[in-house]
Design a protein around this ligand. Structure first.
Ligand code: ATP
Ligand code: MG
Length: 427
């Protein structure tokens, strides 16, 4: 019998826990912030999907005390008791100098204790999936990252479930399409990259991409799935309806400031996971009409980067001088690329490896902005701001007010102007 330990309630509000869902297909890990706000029905939705379309009405979890003994959870009360028990176990493991094990749960089909579905019908999985996705699309309940659980579990995307729509763009590596995921009922961006590589290298890429499931930041594009079909890899991510920054002309400073804040936060998050972006540039900064700004195309898979590099043509104007000259590089190379990304194309042309960093014309931009750019583009990598210093820069502080409305309104207006120009025939 499990009892709710009130002392644990506080810990539940501040901890992030990892729930490991054990399924016949393998384990699925999911990070949950603020677990005290997690509820039984939401978790069941995730479990339905994790079990690949089979019904699930309850789950069991491992009782670490008694080997082989599992405890069944069928209600919110039992869920709370399980979390409380888990927190005790976590604390004990920590006191013994161990890293806490994830909370392992085993989905089970079984009799529902109450009437969960008032019509007494089995809910078709597609409805469950779309209900889960609706919730994921914004209505995060007071800090619970339900999105993490739901998205990672229900979007097992297969090639045959994707309906390709328009082409969004074409880069050096591949082509990006807007697509519709029939099962998940949502729009995706799918990047298709042709790669002539061995099956072993394909497997290596797939395992290197796995870290993307763990990336969970509002400033990083959500990764859903990746798969190979013949010699092409398809990488499915969240679709951003504003597209990338490279197509926007003359971004006003108060908008650019908020975008810069998001970019710095996104990079700081990646760096905290020991991931260098390696390809910071306006076409890899995406915006949407909700005013969100997210980074994409960061180099988590060395093998993928190497395989694409073999077919790469041209130079990258956003690359730090130390990278162009083939020296070792680190976080500071990303910082350079941040600086140069926020410069006007005109000044960009000036930026040649052997010259001094370009300077923005006085009067057009605020002093803080010019200082920020100049600092990011110091020739010596060590002289550029480190992650903490970037967040503390007065330009970033000034615009770090969480005002997504500013970006949202600007994106909407630009899209509207673009549509009007389109309609008049001058694209
Ligand atoms: P490179 O290949 O040199 O990195 P790139 O970033 O322009 O250049 P891609 O990454 O292939 O090339 O992207 C092509 C275009 O697709 C981007 O410029 C962007 O406009 C669009 N795009 C990419 N991802 C998304 C997304 N998730 N949502 C909406 N549009 C996207
Ligand atoms: Mg890109």
């Amino acid at each position: 019998m499990l009892v709710l330990d009130l002392n644990n309630l506080f810990a539940m509000d501040t901890e992030t826990i990892v729930i490991r869902i054990k399924t016949p297909l393998g384990d699925m890990d999911s990070a949950v912030d603020c677990p005290s706000l997690l509820n039984f029905d939401d978790l069941l939705v995730s479990l339905h999907n994790a079990r690949e379309l089979t019904t699930c009405t309850q789950f069991e979890f491992d009782n670490f005390d008694e080997v082989g003994d599992r405890i069944t959870v069928r209600s919110d009360e039992e869920l709370k008791a399980m979390l409380s028990y888990y927190f005790n176990t976590m604390n004990e493991q920590r006191m013994n100098g161990l890293l806490p094990d994830p909370l392992q749960i085993f989905p089970r089909a079984g009799k529902t204790p109450g009437i969960r579905n008032i019509h007494g019908l089995k809910v078709p999985i597609s409805i469950i999936v779309s209900a889960a996705l609706h919730r994921e699309q914004g209505e995060r309940r007071e800090g619970v990252k339900l999105s993490t659980i739901i998205v990672h579990l229900c979007l097992q995307i297969n090639a045959q479930d994707i309906h390709y729509q328009e082409q969004l763009g074409h880069g050096n590596g591949g082509t990006v399409y807007k697509a519709y995921h029939l099962l998940g009922k949502r729009v995706l961006a799918v990047k298709v990259i042709p790669l002539d590589i061995t099956v072993e290298l394909q497997k290596q890429i797939m395992s290197e991409l796995e870290i993307l499931y763990k990336c969970d930041s509002p400033y990083i594009i959500t990764f859903f799935s990746a798969f190979f079909v013949e010699n092409r890899i398809s990488i499915c991510t969240e679709f951003m309806d504003g597209g990338s920054l490279d197509v926007f002309k003359r971004i006003p400073e108060h908008v650019l400031g908020r975008i810069a804040v998001a970019v710095v936060k996104g990079l700081t998050y990646l760096w905290s996971l020991k991931i260098l972006h390696r390809d910071v540039k306006p076409s890899n900064m995406l915006v949407n009409t909700r005013g969100q700004v997210k980074l994409c195309d960061f180099g988590v898979s060395t093998q993928l980067v190497n395989s694409i590099a073999k077919t790469y043509v041209g130079t990258n104007a956003y690359m730090a001088p130390e990278r162009i000259s083939g020296e070792q590089y680190g976080i500071h190379a990303d910082v350079w690329s941040v600086g140069i990304s926020f410069m006007e194309p005109l000044q960009l042309l000036q930026c040649i490896v052997d010259e001094d960093p370009p300077v923005l014309p006085v009067g057009q931009f605020s002093e803080k902005f010019v200082h920020f750019i100049t600092q990011c583009m110091r020739r010596q990598p060590k002289e550029r701001p480190a992650p903490n210093n970037l967040m503390d820069h007065s330009f970033i502080i000034q615009f770090n007010d969480g005002n997504a409305e500013v970006v949202s309104m600007w994106v909407c207006r630009c899209l509207e102007e673009r549509r009007a120009q389109h309609a008049q025939g001058h694209v």
